[in-house]
Design a protein around this ligand. Structure first.
Ligand SMILES: CSC[C@H]1O[C@H](OP(=O)(O)O)[C@H](O)[C@@H]1O
Ligand SMILES: Nc1ncnc2[nH]cnc12
Length: 287
């Protein structure tokens, strides 16, 4: 049975306790293994698939994440809308720890990560001016308001390579660029989800003021995890609320047709192996 809603949990969100009728699914992909098993289950009456981004026990660094495999796995399950939850540092005074942000832009400060399904004989270029699905972001925002969270709609997420946190000079630079929050994981996910014609939006949980703020210590993992523990219930309520709305809201955005104008390679010259590997992602365009 196809599962249309996916959830990818980041630091501190390794499981969804409310999931009932749970099954673990190990999915192999042409790009290697995803971060771990997908947990399928029912959340408030709706079937969802959950994946812990960094693996069980948090053992995969942001640079080591197999973003292609993670998105491919969701696609093969039938996922059309993917909600991410992520810990972020704040680059603005008014975005305080425990606040939520639903970002709508990214700045890519990663290096050498694979962030596309294209290659190996097929070339395509998706539009990425608006990297987040506006409809899904609105649902996430509304769910956060309903859950009683302090939530900010929109904002620019700097995706840095890590795993070390930023230097103070970098932190000030990102502020000067007008960015709002910083993390290490969302950019490639958003790109690959778009290529896979999956709606993507992220619920960013502010855990710290990074290192620019004169009145706050530099960021530590302990600080991040302590804040996440305080916010875990809220995050789960927001996700559950969003899922209940998505369950009955038809998909009317353009994400499901993102590849319709993107592929430039003549279908008949796409190598057989590439065609086979990409069948779940773009088979409908390859004849
Ligand atoms: C544990 S602090 C740094 C870590 O937290 C964020 O992870 P995620 O986006 O998966 O919640 C950040 O991107 C870093 O990977
Ligand atoms: N300050 C920070 N920088 C990068 N990733 C983070 N995740 C949580 N806080 C962060």
């Amino acid at each position: 049975m196809s599962i249309q809603i996916g959830i990818i949990g980041g630091s501190g969100l390794y499981d969804m306790a409310e999931l009932t009728d749970r099954h673990e699914l190990t999915i192999d992909t042409p790009f290697g293994p995803p971060s771990g098993p997908y947990v399928t289950g029912t959340l408030g009456g709706t079937r969802v698939a959950f994946l812990a981004r960094h693996g069980i026990g948090h053992r995969i660094t942001p640079s080591e994440l197999n973003f292609r495999a993670n998105i491919y796995g969701f696609k093969t399950l039938g996922v059309e809308r993917l909600l991410s939850a992520s810990a972020v540092g704040s680059l603005r005074e008014d975005l305080a720890p425990l606040d939520l942000v639903i970002p709508d832009q990214f700045i890519d400060r990663t290096r050498g990560r694979v962030g596309t399904f294209f290659g190996d004989g097929i070339v395509g270029h998706i539009a990425f001016a608006d990297p987040v699905c506006g409809d899904l972001a609105q649902v996430a925002y509304d769910a956060a308001v309903t859950a009683g969270a302090t939530v900010h709609k929109g904002g620019t997420y700097v995706c840095m390579e890590g795993p070390a946190f930023s230097t103070r000079a970098e932190s000030h630079l990102y502020r000067a660029w007008g960015a709002h929050i910083i993390g290490m994981t969302n950019l490639q996910e958003a790109k690959l989800a778009r290529e896979a014609e999956i709606c993507y939006a992220t619920i960013a949980l502010v855990t710290d003021y990074d290192c620019w703020h004169p009145d706050h210590d530099h960021v530590t993992v302990e600080m991040v995890i302590n804040t996440l523990h305080q916010n875990a219930r809220t995050a789960q309520r927001v996700i559950a609320g969003a899922v209940s709305v998505l369950a009955t809201a038809p998909r009317t955005c353009g994400c499901g047709q993102a590849l319709a104008t993107a592929i430039i390679t003549r279908p008949e010259i796409v190598p057989e192996g590439t065609r086979r590997a990409l069948a779940p992602i773009m088979g409908k365009y390859l004849g």
